[in-house]
Ligand binder design. Structure first.
Ligand code: URA
Length: 268
């Protein structure tokens, strides 16, 4: 029965526990906001010029795509630069993940890099800072890169989905399908010589496979991402390595395979 009195300490903890179990683990404002009530009615996709400013800023008018992968594909394909792609994605309301995220997490690193790393999805720290791999697993990733003489000036980093899934859950196949055209276009525009995927979901997305990461990791394959043909290798996710330090041995072998391939291709 509802009671008209403030919650006591134990009740407040119970409510917070309940929120955490439901995936609400970050406060983004003082007052709750009903974002469904704010959602404007669906309208046609405006021309690229209307959604992507030259400076890559978020335009006032956001296209509502109603979660149609075909429209996501044509929108992504219209981007002629990473700046345009970022602006289009920032204005894209077709994927429900955006509603619960603080901000778009588009990329980090060097867009001219020969090596592109693809992770799964932003976590809490990435959601706060707007950059991929800046939390604990990002710090481990930086150490893994440093071990083979790389840093973020020599790689470009993105995720299969650019918004944080609530409670860090794995993105659903529908969410992945809506974001995939944007990742494909991002890969086409960066045009890396080598791709390394981090963790099972990123590997399955990029390699279009249902195979497990333990079987696939450490092996090079020729893949076509969007229309960019590239050699790619999957490795374990840094977050998995933090939970299973014994697996660092395998990840180290994968990093050495990356270094060897770089030397073979004259990439240093
Ligand atoms: N894990 C990911 O897969 N991506 C990030 O950006 C951070 C953590």
């Amino acid at each position: 029965m509802a009671q008209d009195r403030p919650l006591n300490h134990d009740e407040m903890l119970a409510v917070l526990d309940w929120y955490r179990a439901a995936g609400v683990d970050i406060a983004v404002g003082e007052e709750p906001v009903d974002r469904f009530a704010q959602r404007p009615p669906a309208r046609a996709v405006p021309a690229l010029a209307a959604v992507a400013s030259p400076a890559g800023e978020r335009p006032a008018e956001a296209p509502m795509l109603g979660g149609d992968p075909a429209e996501a594909r044509s929108l992504a394909a219209s981007a002629q630069s990473l700046e345009q792609l970022q602006a289009l994605l920032g204005a894209y309301d077709g994927c429900g993940l955006k509603l619960r995220a603080t901000q778009l997490v588009f990329a980090d690193g060097n867009p001219e890099a020969d090596i592109m790393l693809i992770g799964e999805a932003p976590g809490a720290e990435e959601d706060r800072q707007g950059k991929p791999f800046v939390g604990k697993s990002g710090q481990l990733l930086d150490r893994m890169l440093a071990a083979i003489g790389l840093d973020r000036t020599r790689v470009y980093i993105a995720n299969t989905v650019p918004w944080r899934p609530p409670g860090n859950r794995t993105p659903t196949p529908e969410e992945m399908a809506l974001c995939l055209p944007f990742l494909h276009r991002q890969v086409e525009l960066v045009a890396p010589r080598l791709v390394m995927t981090l963790g099972g979901p990123a590997m399955q997305t990029v390699f279009s496979t249902t195979a497990g990461i333990i079987k696939m990791r450490g092996k090079w394959s020729d893949v076509t991402i969007g229309n960019h043909a590239v050699e790619a290798i999957p490795t374990l996710h840094p977050a998995y390595l933090l939970r299973n330090p014994a697996a660092k041995q395998q990840a180290w072998a994968d990093m050495l395979a990356l270094k060897l391939k770089m030397v073979e291709l004259g990439l240093g």
